[in-house]
Each structure stands twice: as C-alpha cells, then as structure tokens.
Design a binder for this molecule. Sequence first.
Ligand code: SIN
Length: 522
Amino acid sequence: MKEPKRHPLVVGSGIAGLYVALRCREMGLRPTIVTQGRLEESNTRYAQGGIAAAIGPDDAPARHYADTVRAGDGLVNRAAARLLADDAPARIAALVRYGVPFDTAEGHIALGREAAHSRARILHAGGDATGLSIEETLKRRVLEGGIDIEERTSLRALRPGSPDGPVAVVARSPGGHPVTHEPRPIVLATGGAGNLYRQSTNRPFAMGEGIAIAFRAGAIVADMEFVQFHPTAFYREGAPRFLITEAIRGEGARLVNEAGERFMVGTHPDAELAPRDVVARAVDREIARSDRPHVYLDATRIPRDRLFARFPSICRFLLLYGLDPSRDRIPIAPVAHYMIGGIATDLDGRTSIPGLYAAGEVAATGVHGANRLGSNSLLEGLVFGEKVAVQLRNPRAGGPSPPGRTVELPTPTGSGSPEDPATIEVIQSRLWDDVGIVRAPDGLRAALAAFETLDREVEPATSEPPPGAVANAALTATLIARSALERTESRGAHFRTDWPRRRKIWERHVGLRSRKAGRGRR
Ligand code: SIN
C-alpha cells in the first residue's frame, strides 16, 4: 500500500521518537513508529537523574544556557543552547499535560542538583526512575492516540528517494526479509552508541546503527570524537554496570579513595560537582594510582530516609549486592554513557539529506559542545523533537551548516564476509582500551586501522542485502576513531595524551561524510 507522502516514519521509541510521533499526531499527521524491540525498550527508560529546566524561583533560562555553554568547553552551538534553555519550561509543561508524575515537595515540582548546574533544576519522577516514568507515560499516549507501531522491526538502510524523503529499508528482527517503503519523511531517533564500549550504562541495542546507516546514505556526521563517560557506575566483578546517578552527588555524596580521601577537592573548585568530563578523568586517574579497579562514592552523610526516598531504585539495586548505601561506600568506576556526536542537524532537526531528520541522542546539533551537562539529554529529545514535528507539519528547505572541518572518507564497500557477532566484543574492547577516557595517538591509529579492516571485511560488496549489525558497529567505531585522530587537542570529553590542552584552532566541529556523497569540501 502506498504511504501518504507527508506521513513520517519515526525510527526509534525513546523520548525523542515517542514525542515526535505524538506531536505529529496532534498536528494531524499519521506517523508510523518503527522500533527494534518492544515500544518501551530504550535507553530513556533507564535514565535516572532527570530532566533539566529552569523553573525554580531562583533560576532563569539564561542561567541554564550559561551553564550549558560553560560545560561544553568552548564548542557549544549557542543558538542551540539558547533554544534548549528557553524552550525547556514549555516542554516540561507538555510532559505534565501528557501525565508525567514529576515528584513534588510542598506542592511544587521538586528540583534536584547535578554537576555543573549553578541551580537546582533537575526534575525527577519516582525518585530516580525519571526515564521510566516518562517512557511509560509517552507510550500510553502513543497507544491511546492509535499511532501505527511496528515493533521488533529495524531500519536496515536508507536509499535515495524523492524530495519528500529517502526510502527506508526495514526488516523484522531477527532474520526478517528487508521491506522497502515508499519515499517519505524519515525521523531518526535511534539513540546513542554507548554499547560499542566494553563498559557502558547503555542497553545492548545502543550501538550507533542510525549513525552508520545515515553516513552510508551520504549524511554528514559530526562531533563523533565526543563520547561522554559517566564517572559513577557501580563496580563489581560480574555485576551490571548500573548507573549511580550524578544527582546523588547533588545531594551531598562524595568521591573517596580506598583511604577515604576526597580526591576531587583540589582537582576542581566544584569538587564532586565539577563537569562530568573532569570528574570522569579524575576517577580514572585515581583508579590508575590505586591497586583496585574502582574508587568509592560515599553517600553515608545523606540521612537514610532521604537517601532511600530519593533514590529507591539505586538503593534496591545495592541491597541486592549486600550494600546499604546509608552505611556502606559504593564501589564505582567510569563507563561510556552518552554519544555527544551523531548525525549533523540544524535547529529544526534537518540533516544534510532532504526529508531526513534526526532528533535526540543520534543527532548532533552542537548543543552539548564537547561535554554534555547532565539531564540535558532527555530535554534535547523534547526540544528538538518539537522542532522536527513542526517541520514535518510545514516543511521548509534547509539543513545543517557545514562543520568547521569536514573530512571525506572512502565510501564503505567491502568483501561481504559473513558477520560474526563475536566481532562486536572485539570492537567494544578496542574502543574501550584505545578510544576511551584517555587517548594516546598510537592507540588511536591502531584502533582506526583495526576498525577499517573489520569494516572492509563485513561491509557488503553490493547494495543487497543491506549491511548488518556488525558492519554498522564497525563503521560507527571507525567514525569515532577517525574523529578522535582528527582533533589534535584535548577538549571536554576528548582527552589526548599528545595534546593535553585546548587549542584555539580547534574551536570548530569535525564533520565526516562519505566520499560518494561528493558535495563536501575538506
Ligand atoms: C545521571 O543521572 O547521572 C545521568 C543523567 C544524564 O546523563 O543526563
């Protein structure tokens, strides 16, 4: 059956995908959501800390904007940050309208503190179950709205279409035959790539597939060197790397070493509430200095009632491992958490391919610069999701400005060797070891060569069948390593041992595009 041309295909069902679909429906469009697993499966579901918005009496969007710019270490797209901060209260109002049960105190929405925010402006729900509350609420609204949903279906390729948009090739998973849609607007809301790293807070499917697919189709990707590491994930051999939210430090928890010393004091004036990249590197350094694979988060000075009421999921998790955080120190270590880079978009979510939009973690608007401020990620899904929905209702031509430096890479073609899922572990280990929190030039070069080789082996030699998950992982890893080599400085989440400081010449974004697209300049 032919699809009406303006009715978008929304790929992904985290906060950005669900919100875009809901808003499109409200504006009279008939979106279809395609999602890899069940509708409610996404990284959004596991977001703990919350969502940032300047709604407190002592706060203002201008402060939120200034904090976002400061944390982004000289690389924030200021127009994007302005939009994010200014629009945040309206997006929160939309969530309240949909029924998200934000926690309250004395009749007002309760606000927590997180690192590098100058005010308490983090809204939360269910204590530390903010993502779960948002995801479940939006899911309910999507189902009530009768929005078409194709679960267990994944995007496999984007092909040239028409001015309405590209052609999407999708397949039921696992092993379903590829199905080709009519050209139509496509919104990529496929999330991040954290699970390309051996240690990560992300769900298994977060391997940057949307980025690889868009890159192959000719889209510019940007800022791929900026992978954000979260400083505090639970550490125990064999246990999941469960996130211990930054908000717990906002309530007074401290980072200490084996001897009980606070190593963040003296490292940064804001100590435990320093920007996330600074804290992640400090934890990494402290671990390297010690004979253990972790340091500790000490939350014992927070009153027990308060700790258990505010962070019920974390406390429940820790109790399962025999730890009572009101008495015991929590062993933690950094892990990959959030992909700052992604598919380059303008502020309306338009990519460099007409009719292809991106929103949420998969997009690179430049709003986070080189280091994302905590709790700005759920927010970006809403703010830029809203802009995408408005565009879909009333499309206008446009797209992202070219990044300050755009590098063309050879079109990925390969020998089409059968994919071995074990290759994913090779990629995860290599990224973790050589393109991690601290990056050395030899490691970067070796990692890039390894990823390019893997990619050449598994990329199909012809357009059918579309590349599989391993080829997409190898390509996204290649893009991360390539960008990390390109940026010869240290800034935000990207730290290089051979260039340990910021350099003025790098106050610009790195873009990558496939040479076949042919329109880019070096
Ligand atoms: C956290 O709760 O610490 C993570 C929140 C975020 O990454 O924005």
